[in-house]
Design a binder for this molecule. Structure first.
Ligand code: AMP
Length: 222
């Protein structure tokens, strides 16, 4: 099962991906997480990507496509959930072409829709663990001990690109470059299962709607 999860920054893609991979035994391939891992290691790719990431712009397609296609190549046969990729129509086309070369395709696209005000509230309160990547929120998802990660006790940080100015730029970037990806997949609904979900709801409710749909799709496939 090859799944693409779409949605603006703050739509809850990361949280829902974790739910999906656990239940359906898939691999989570998050372009943002992979880029942040490169930055931890100080790779060449990280040097090239840094300024784009810190300003809320997109990293150039050729860098991202190469990085994600190699992650997909290494993923187990059972399949994957892509999170944060593709983010431009060009990336989506390149993904389709690469999968088609081995007789594969994206099977399911899930689009999380969310109001801009909700996004701003979620991102401005988001805190993450620099060590394990766990994500919290100062109001909606507090750690057990104030500002410390439940998993490893590391002090939580605010991602630099979650500061309000960069968030505004990320949203502009989303509307300009990433929303057309939704239309791209909608136009291919004869080959791809495309579904939208109201992600303004609490995470558990969104999870249940996603599971309901995926359960139905999996039972048809089997
Ligand atoms: P995310 O954690 O998904 O919000 O990604 C953080 C940042 O990484 C984005 O603001 C972009 O600068 C960069 N990035 C992640 N995924 C992509 C992508 N598919 N294309 C271009 N840039 C990306």
């Amino acid at each position: 099962m090859r799944v693409v999860l779409l949605g603006a920054p703050g739509a809850g893609k990361g949280t829902q991906c974790k739910n999906i991979i656990q239940k359906y035994d898939l691999v989570h391939l998050s372009s943002g997480d992979i880029l942040r891992q490169h930055r931890e290691k100080g790779t060449q790719l990280a040097n090239k990507a840094k300024d784009y990431m810190d300003s809320g712009a997109l990293v150039p397609d050729e860098l991202i496509v190469e990085m994600m296609l190699s992650a997909i190549n290494e993923a187990p046969k059972a399949g994957f959930v892509l999170d944060g990729f593709p983010r431009t129509v060009n990336q989506a086309v390149e993904l389709d072409e690469a999968l088609a070369a081995t007789g594969e395709k994206v099977d399911i696209v899930l689009n999380l829709t969310v109001h801009e005000q909700v996004i701003i509230e979620r991102l401005s309160g988001r805190r993450s663990c620099p060590k394990c990547g766990a994500v919290y929120h100062v109001v909606n998802l507090k750690p057990k001990v104030d500002n410390l990660c439940d998993n490893d006790g590391t002090e939580l940080i605010q991602r630099p690109d979650d500061n309000p100015d960069v968030v505004k730029n990320r949203l502009r970037t989303y509307h300009r470059q990433s929303k057309p990806v939704v239309d791209y997949y909608k136009s291919r609904q004869t080959e791809i299962q495309f579904y939208e979900f109201n992600a303004n709801e609490a995470a558990e409710k969104v999870r249940d709607s996603l599971f309901e749909k995926l359960d139905a799709l999996v039972s048809v496939q089997n």
